[in-house]
Design a protein around this ligand. Structure first.
Ligand code: MF3
Ligand code: CO
Ligand code: CO
Length: 255
């Protein structure tokens, strides 16, 4: 992880707010009958209109501007002609590259009315992310975050994904450390003041193994639950400060 200088922090803030604003914009424009490709186009246009670039586009060969992961898709779903229908849950993951800095955020949305089980899982994914974030201390450890996430999700009877997780972020999209959704307090890499990480637990409905799929001409893989059960996820980019932490991917208040 690379601490930011005082001059760099405002630029990082801008990239993160734009990512959050993009996600809020997509949320407002989300409806049954729409394809995930239409969401991708809305995201591309919104981000380009704000003097930034959608970071996933052409990243390691990824073909689209956002990730759209529907129902049993765990992450890195590729926008397509797949049409959203009432009762779906969809994670939309937005990363903006603005003035040399990356802001990365995602959330799980409901299409119309969803099952109680989907609501409980999605609430658990949000709460697990917040528990993970609240465990951040400067000079603490990534294991503190993972411990908090897995303890919370486990108590609710859900299953955090172990081999995919958060990451350092700043002038690069993905850097050390890996931020796991499991772990032991006081273990793992040290959290450096003024560096940024993402906290992005993926929470599954069952303990079924996850399945990895190739994306043509890309190093990026996408993942599904092997038993078609649901998966939900939220992601924030967080600045570690000298006293605590600050969530950077909050939307601006102006409309
Ligand atoms: N935004 C994702 C993350 O949270 C990464 C997407 S990489 C892509 O780290 F290539 F799949 F877009
Ligand atoms: Co991320
Ligand atoms: Co992301």
């Amino acid at each position: 992880m690379t601490p930011l200088t005082p001059d760099e922090i405002p630029l990082m803030r801008e990239a993160c707010v734009l990512a959050a604003d993009t996600l809020a914009y997509l949320g407002k424009n989300l409806r049954a009958g729409q394809s995930t490709e239409e969401l991708d186009r809305l995201a591309y246009e919104y981000i380009m209109d704000h003097q930034a670039v959608p970071a996933p586009l052409n990243y390691k060969g990824f073909p689209k501007s956002i990730c759209t992961s529907v129902n049993d898709c765990i992450c890195h779903g590729v926008p397509s002609s797949e049409v959203l229908k009432e009762g779906d849950v969809i994670n939309i993951d937005v990363t903006c590259l603005k003035d040399g800095f990356f802001g990365d955020t995602s959330r799980t949305f409901f299409i119309g009315e969803v099952s109680d089980r989907a609501k409980a899982l999605t609430q658990c994914a949000w709460d697990s992310m917040m528990k993970g974030i609240e465990a951040i201390r400067p000079l603490g450890h990534v294991g503190d975050i993972g411990f908090a996430i897995s303890k919370y999700a486990g108590r609710r009877g859900f299953y955090p994904v172990r081999n995919i997780g958060g990451h350092g972020i700043g002038k690069v999209f993905h850097e050390e450390p890996f931020v796991p959704s499991f772990g032991k307090k006081g273990k793992g890499e040290v959290l450096q003041p003024w560096a940024c990480i993402t906290v992005e637990p993926m929470i599954n409905e069952t303990s079924a193994p996850i399945r990895e799929f190739d994306i043509p001409n890309s190093e990026i893989k996408y993942y599904h639950t092997s038993d078609k059960s649901l998966s939900a996820q939220f992601e924030h980019t967080v600045l570690i400060s000298d006293e605590a932490y600050e969530i950077l991917t909050l939307p601006s208040t102006e409309e």
